[in-house]
Ligand binder design. Structure first.
Ligand SMILES: [Zn+2]
Length: 453
């Protein structure tokens, strides 16, 4: 394998083993969010950065909610930010084979909450920064590290706060974070999605009104009935297709990796007329079909209902909350117009919170470096620029003009665990060999992009 010259002498067995221990240490900090409580984990990262000779800073957004940032200075090219959130989603320990915060190694995997989302990236980034510092080669750009709080609960104490309060400490030309860089083994091909775009969010309150009365005499203008009719229409309706360069490129490049007939069928996901039929019926894997259907349009999933307090009283109003998501290439205004058309005169819609979709170009030297590294480290594999239906810290980093890619590499083998089965799931774990292969990929990409010739 062709590696950056400064990495050819590295003892990868030793570096890999040290990074695995670093990952296990990070998992053992219970940073379940809420409440997050990332301070001890952030302090641990700061110690490791200090060991590497850097001068990390702890930035506290609220009691216990610490962020850790550090910078290695280099030349004048746009800086690279390596970033990971330190919080994790909750884990129900009795549903796990191995305890979620013990970081046990069993069956070739490190088990624990955060193993793949995303303390693996925190550990790899700290390891790569350490390698950069030890090799002592001049850098052509600054390399930044940010270990942040609160991604899993909306970013308010982490990236959103840093971008607002300490923009100069995290502003970069490029960032590497989640969600991407894992192997998807599909149609006999190893594909590495590299996230370049993510959908926006639009949380909505729907309120129906009607006449009150006694439950013994039903009436057509019952608010509960009106609200239910609206929600049923939302559930039955596929909103129109909205395309963007990122989504089109993702679908076309994914299709190109596949054998026939998938190669011919997948691009039809982009057809306004045929998209629904393709994602609903022709794509055999239902979860892939659902995800692609969500990527090409605005969506709204009803999640909360409130109405009435007594069984014999017809209430004058009924409320629901909907988790709306804005397609890349669409807007809050378009989503709301699409939903208002379904609401009718008796249901009012109100936006209670929203954030716009974001999209980064894939035509950059960093993307080219990643694609090159993927192909060289994993012969036959290919990187494709991908879009996710959820949101990440990239939403906030990109507000500073940063081009953000989801690239936290981990090599997953066909027949082994699949990323989609691990992300936020019970028994979250990472293959040790896949993690150390990911470390080599990330190190090579960062060295190629940042070390001066
Ligand atoms: Zn995550």
């Amino acid at each position: 394998m062709r590696m950056h010259p400064a990495l050819r002498q590295v003892d990868w067995d030793r570096e890999g083993a040290a990074a695995v221990e670093l990952l296990r240490d990070l998992i053992r900090f219970d940073t379940t969010n809420p409440p997050g409580d990332e301070a001890a984990c952030a302090a641990f990262c700061a110690d490791r950065l200090r060991d590497a000779g850097l001068e990390p800073e702890i930035l506290t957004s609220a009691p216990g909610r610490d962020n850790v940032v550090a910078r290695m200075t280099g030349g004048v090219e746009p800086p690279l930010l390596l970033t990971a959130h330190l919080d994790v989603v909750p884990a129900e320990a009795d549903r796990w084979t191995h305890p979620p915060f013990a970081a046990e190694i069993a069956d070739g995997h490190v088990w624990g909450r955060g193993a793949i989302d995303m303390k693996n990236m925190a550990a790899m980034s700290l390891a790569v920064v350490g390698m950069l510092a030890r090799c002592g080669a001049p850098l052509r750009r600054d390399v930044l590290f940010a270990g942040v709080a609160d991604e899993e609960d909306g970013c308010a104490h982490g990236s959103a706060w840093l971008v607002e309060r300490h923009p100069d400490k995290v502003r970069a030309g490029y960032a590497l974070g989640e969600v991407g860089g894992f192997t998807i083994n599909v149609g006999g091909r190893a594909v590495y999605p590299v996230q370049i775009a993510e959908k926006g969010v639009c949380w909505i309150r729907a309120r129906a009104s009607g006449s009150t009365g006694h439950g013994s005499v039903p009436r057509a203008d019952n608010a509960v009935v009106r609200l239910s009719e609206f929600l049923a229409r939302v559930g039955r309706t596929r909103l129109p297709v909205h395309l963007s360069p990122a989504v089109e490129r993702f679908v076309r490049e994914l299709a190109a990796t596949q054998p026939r007939p998938a190669r011919d069928v997948l691009p039809l996901v982009l057809s306004p007329r045929l998209s629904g039929m393709v994602t609903g019926r022709l794509i055999r894997d239902a979860s892939v079909g659902r995800t692609l259907a969500a990527l090409v349009r605005n969506t709204a999933a009803p999640t909360i209902l409130r109405a009435g307090s007594r069984v014999n009283v017809i209430p004058g109003s009924a409320e629901a909350e909907l988790d709306g998501r804005i397609a890349v290439g669409s807007s809050e205004a378009e989503l709301m117009a699409e939903l208002r058309a379904l609401a009718g005169p008796h249901v009012e819609l109100e936006v209670v919170g929203s954030r716009s979709p974001h999209e980064a170009p894939a035509e950059t030297p960093l993307y080219a470096t990643i694609a090159e590294v993927v192909g060289e480290h994993h012969p036959g594999a290919v990187a494709i620029p991908s879009v996710i239906p959820g949101f990440t810290d990239a939403h906030y980093w990109s507000q500073l003009g940063t081009i953000c890619y989801g690239f936290s590499p981990v090599r997953l083998e066909p027949g082994g665990v699949a990323f989609a089965d691990l992300f936020h799931a019970d028994d979250e774990r990472i293959p040790v060999a896949g993690f150390t292969a990911g470390l080599r990929m990330l190190a090579d990409a960062v060295f190629r992009f940042c070390v001066a010739d």
